[in-house]
Design a protein around this ligand. Structure first.
Ligand code: HGY
Ligand code: MN
Ligand code: MN
Ligand code: MN
Length: 421
């Protein structure tokens, strides 16, 4: 097959490790948060600055970079665009609030480094490789996770309805980022234009480090349901309102937070259940809170368990409403299905790791990734590298430089190995 021909000549090709580590450090300075970690929220000025950084890197390397109307950046070798299905490789460059410098960024910069090495060595690929930096994967500001990959796949029904938590529309963010919201309808790629998608990412959990294995081969990605929960009680004077007469939205919300935890931790209905966002109003010491907004998200690799997790959270919200006298409204803002990676690409990744003499482990992903969205339109493969102490979505996120370089070399070899299609 053509893949083997490509490999025959280039099995010894390696990425420039020092260059990868250097670009990771420099990108990590964009959105560096004085309070710790990196705050480079999707569709913010910081994410735009990250795209400018990537564009400059491309220009210096003789690659062409282009950003679509949704904020997705694509990098290609000049003159390679043939209108044929491409091998798309990348991840995202946005972060959560005070996240790490590797979640997403590592996969984008390693993909860019791979393309750079292939370009420098004039390796002719039967299937064109295109690097992508998806916009707003986290949904930390504009509340639409996987924004860029969903736009590319055409799976967001009413994209312009997306807002941040204050109601500011996505169109305002896009315009500020230099994108043209009126061209959003042209962002989706035609069916058949992605031959395959590869994403390299830090594990964000402890398994690889604990087992001392440098490479994870992802077999599937959890499904995730995000619920917005609005609790409405009555704001009252904290000194004069008898305890029995209160409709305290915050104590009701506290019951919900604990119930959400129990759904996974005790009742084992689904794999995880988390409240990560909570905001009380008026949020002063001497008023009984009248309104609380909070989130619940449930995850599982089994869609039936994911659905049951949502059902039980809703039942618990109804129970708390009845007991507290508060109104509790629950709205699902996102449901993503669990997905499997393509067995053929798992094989390609294992062979790439074997070629490099790197042990590998086949494992599920508890974190969401753009790959799970692209899986709707193309076969996907994912590579993990260890996360120190399993920490991610926090300033302590880290991976040893040797592991980062090994993972990028597995990506390079997988790109070559995937050419057989
Ligand atoms: O939350 C997630 O799993 C992803 O990193 N956005
Ligand atoms: Mn993340
Ligand atoms: Mn990520
Ligand atoms: Mn007073």
């Amino acid at each position: 097959a053509s893949g083997e021909l490509v490999l025959d000549g280039h099995a010894g090709l390696r990425i420039d490790g020092a260059r990868l580590i250097d670009t990771l450090e420099r990108l990590g300075e964009i959105g560096a948060d004085p309070a710790g970690g990196v705050t480079r929220l999707g569709l913010s000025a910081e994410e735009t600055a990250a795209r400018v950084f990537l564009g400059d890197l491309c220009a210096a390397a003789g690659l062409e970079a282009e950003t679509d109307a949704a904020g997705n950046l694509f990098a290609r070798r000049p003159g390679t665009s043939r209108g044929e299905p491409v091998l798309l490789v990348g991840s995202h460059v946005d972060t959560v609030v005070q996240g790490g410098r590797l979640d997403g960024a590592y996969g984008v910069l390693a993909a860019l480094e791979t393309l750079r090495v292939l370009h420098e060595h004039r390796v002719d690929l039967p299937v064109e490789m295109v690097v992508v930096a998806f916009a707003n994967e986290e949904g930390a500001l504009v509340q639409t996770p996987f924004w860029g990959s969903r736009m590319l796949c055409g799976s967001l029904e009413d994209p312009l309805a997306a807002t941040d938590r204050t109601g500011r529309p996505v169109g305002a963010y896009l315009a500020a980022a230099g994108c043209a919201p009126e061209r959003l309808s042209q962002v989706a790629w035609p069916p058949g234009s992605v031959a395959a998608f590869l994403e390299l990412h830090i594990e964000q959990g402890p398994s690889l480090e604990r087992l001392g294995v440098p490479i994870g081969v992802v077999e599937g990605i959890v499904g995730r349901t995000i619920l917005d929960i609005d609790v409405t009680g009555e704001a009252q004077h904290a000194g004069t309102t008898p305890m029995a007469d209160r409709r305290d939205a915050l104590t009701a919300a506290a019951e919900i937070v604990l119930a959400v935890r129990r759904v996974a931790a005790e009742d084992r209905v689904c794999a995880t259940a988390t409240t990560g966002f909570l905001e009380a109003a008026p949020n002063v010491t001497n008023t009984v809170p009248g309104v609380v907004r909070l989130s619940a998200e449930v995850r599982d690799t089994d869609p039936a368990r994911q659905a049951r997790g949502e059902d039980v959270v809703r039942e618990q919200c109804a129970r708390v409403a009845a007991a507290s006298g508060c109104r509790v409204e629950v709205t699902a803002t996102m449901r993503s299905r669990p997905v499997s990676t393509a067995p053929a690409l798992r094989g390609v990744i294992r062979e790439a790791a074997d070629r490099l003499g790197l042990p590998h482990l086949t494992m599920p992903s508890g974190a969401g990734h753009d790959a799970q969205i692209v899986a709707r339109i193309a076969p996907v493969g994912m590579i993990f590298v260890p996360s120190r102490r399993g920490i991610s979505h926090a300033p302590g996120e880290d991976t040893g430089p040797g592991d980062l370089v090994d993972g990028a070399n597995v990506l390079l070899q997988a790109v070559l190995g995937a050419q057989a299609g």
